[in-house]
Design a binder for this molecule. Structure first.
Ligand code: SAM
Length: 530
């Protein structure tokens, strides 16, 4: 921070105002401070910034001002910063308070958030100013996502910020509060809290409830919404790490039957808009979409066909939502020149200089959203997600030769898993949510899960539900009752109608002799997901 002009002066207390960016939230009890001021006087001047004629913001020392007011003082010795900007004043105030160890972890988080969101500092600038790396800063700010009660407990020192980080791994507010309550009641260390949190998450996973982000549905097919993607109210803004998709191309597929060109564009535009909101700042929206090669005009009635280029449309729509085209890849599906299309093929009738090109590629557009991409807090995740130089060298050239997906996949336009694999590895971190708003057969979700990401997608055509379920390994729940099930039911009914056992015998039957796997059995029972 640059040096500012300073001078020392006695200033009337009534002209001093608390800096709205002052990181300290509460002044607390002033009794002992008043005693010390009475005994020793004001040892160091109050730091203030001049903000108008006879108007000063207190950069540091607001608590002392409150104490002096209570003591009936009218003037106080101040160190005046003449031309301190708002951001510099907030930062100076923070540093002075930090130096005296006077801020709690929530006040620190609030201050850093303010510097990022209101003042507009980037993560890099915050790092230079001494707030720490982007991972550290994001982690500190994440404390503000905790329920208010837990934040208060951290602010007052009942729980530490390390407890807060562990509790934050639970997605459900009730579970966070319950676990926090146990941590306080049993004086759990952050490490013990971590074990408890892991246990709860494991149990939720085993119960098939998925510990995925709260936006992931745990309906029939976890992660898949069978609805129009123009409504993505299930996904929080900025909750998706990467979008990879292949929209309808408007080439007469079954799932686009009856759509005019204008309706096609309207559909795509609506979905792009919602997807754009769901993506993290700085995130990648990768789109595999070809030009319309046999375009017969907007009404589909022209006699001759031509190519309708589509990049301009996607670029225009996404630019409106703060994206720019960062890169373009060419996916080569096959190198053969054989084609069954006679208008393109080489035949005896093909005239010289009238040759046509055999289409063997599709583009993949890599759009980038504006903003700074958040980096996972866990350094191991960052390391594990990163491509090695050799991997990068294999993927960096803009032409990718990948064989198309085989036929009979239960959907007419399945893209190859390898395509999804490359995009997901390049542009998402392990554990992040990968979204496909035009899911089709579910390829993106399948590959995302294989790569340790959360997969989520939208498909409005229920004809593909069975294909998606099969691809994602979801077994249909409702099955006709088998003979064995029928017999089991009969036996259970017979047992239920037996005369009651004496209480002691029944209690012995109920006893659990299995070996406990976790040290806080009673707490664990309480903490079980509802
Ligand atoms: C080209 S296919 C995607 C194929 C997919 N990449 C795969 O590997 O199986 C496009 C899909 O988007 C679906 N779709 C089109 N408009 C949609 C919308 N508004 N909301 C949800 N799905 C939509 C279509 O039904 C179709 O299944």
């Amino acid at each position: 921070m640059k040096e500012n002009t300073q001078k020392l002066e006695m200033i009337a207390i009534e002209t001093l105002i608390k800096d709205p960016n002052h990181p300290r939230q509460k002044s607390g009890n002033l009794d002992s401070l008043i005693k010390s001021l009475r005994h020793d006087g004001l040892m160091t001047p109050i730091s203030v910034a001049k903000v108008g004629d006879d108007k000063y913001h207190v950069v540091d020392g607001w608590r002392r001002i409150e104490a002096l007011k209570e003591m009936g003082m009218k003037k106080v010795s101040c160190l005046i910063y003449e031309d301190l900007k708002e951001a510099d004043s907030a930062h100076k105030s923070f540093i002075l308070n930090i130096e005296r160890n006077q801020l709690n972890e929530i006040e620190i988080a609030l201050h850093i958030k303010k510097m990022r969101d209101d003042v507009g500092y980037t993560y890099q600038e915050l790092d230079i100013l001494g707030y720490g790396s982007s991972a550290k800063v994001s982690k500190q700010i994440s404390l503000l996502d905790l329920p208010a009660k837990i934040q208060n407990q951290i602010a007052s020192g009942i729980l530490t910020k390390a407890h807060g980080y562990e509790l934050n791994k639970l997605k459900d507010e009730k579970q966070i509060l319950k676990t926090g309550k146990f941590a306080v009641a049993n004086d759990w260390s952050a490490k013990k809290t971590k074990v408890a949190v892991e246990c709860i998450k494991r149990k939720a996973r085993n119960a098939g409830k998925d510990s995925a982000p709260k936006s992931i549905p745990d309906d029939e097919v976890p992660g898949v919404y069978f609805k129009d993607a123009k409504d993505m109210s299930e996904l929080d803004d900025g909750s998706v790490g990467l979008i990879f998709t292949s929209p309808p191309y408007h080439v007469g597929m079954k799932y686009e039957a009856g759509y005019t060109y204008a309706e096609h564009l309207e559909n795509i535009e609506g979905v792009l808009e919602k997807s754009a909101k769901a993506l993290v700042p700085g995130g990648i929206f990768a789109i595999n979409v070809a030009n319309i090669t046999n375009f017969k005009g907007k009404n589909g009635t022209d006699k001759t066909t031509r190519i309708q280029p589509m990049l301009h449309f996607y670029n225009t729509v996404l630019q409106k939502h703060g994206f720019h085209l960062q890169d373009e890849l060419i996916w080569v599906k096959d190198f053969s020149s054989f084609t069954q299309d006679d208008s393109v093929n080489y035949t005896d009738k093909t005239a010289h200089a009238e040759y046509r090109i055999v289409n063997r590629h599709e583009p993949i557009y890599i759009f980038k959203k504006k903003g700074e991409r958040p980096v996972p807090e866990d350094g191991n995740i960052v390391l594990q997600s990163r491509l090695t130089r050799t991997e990068w060298e294999a993927l960096a050239p803009s032409v990718w030769k990948i064989n198309p997906a085989g036929r009979n996949q239960g959907h007419p336009n399945v893209f190859p898993e390898e395509l999804a694999r490359r995009i997901i590895k390049m542009y998402s971190y392990i554990g992040e949510t990968v979204l496909d708003p035009f899911l089709g057969s579910g390829t993106t979700i399948k590959v995302a899960r294989e790569l340790g990401r959360e997969g989520v997608g939208y498909e409005r055509d229920l004809n593909y539900k069975a294909t998606i379920m099969e691809k994602l390994g979801v077994v249909e729940e409702v099955k006709p009752e088998s003979v064995k099930e029928y017999a089991d039911k009969q036996l259970a009914e017979l047992e239920a109608n037996q005369p009651a056992k004496p209480e002691a015998e029944a209690a012995e039957d109920e006893k659990d002799y299995s070996v406990p796997v976790f040290g806080y059995e009673s707490a664990e029972k309480e903490l079980e997901p509802a």
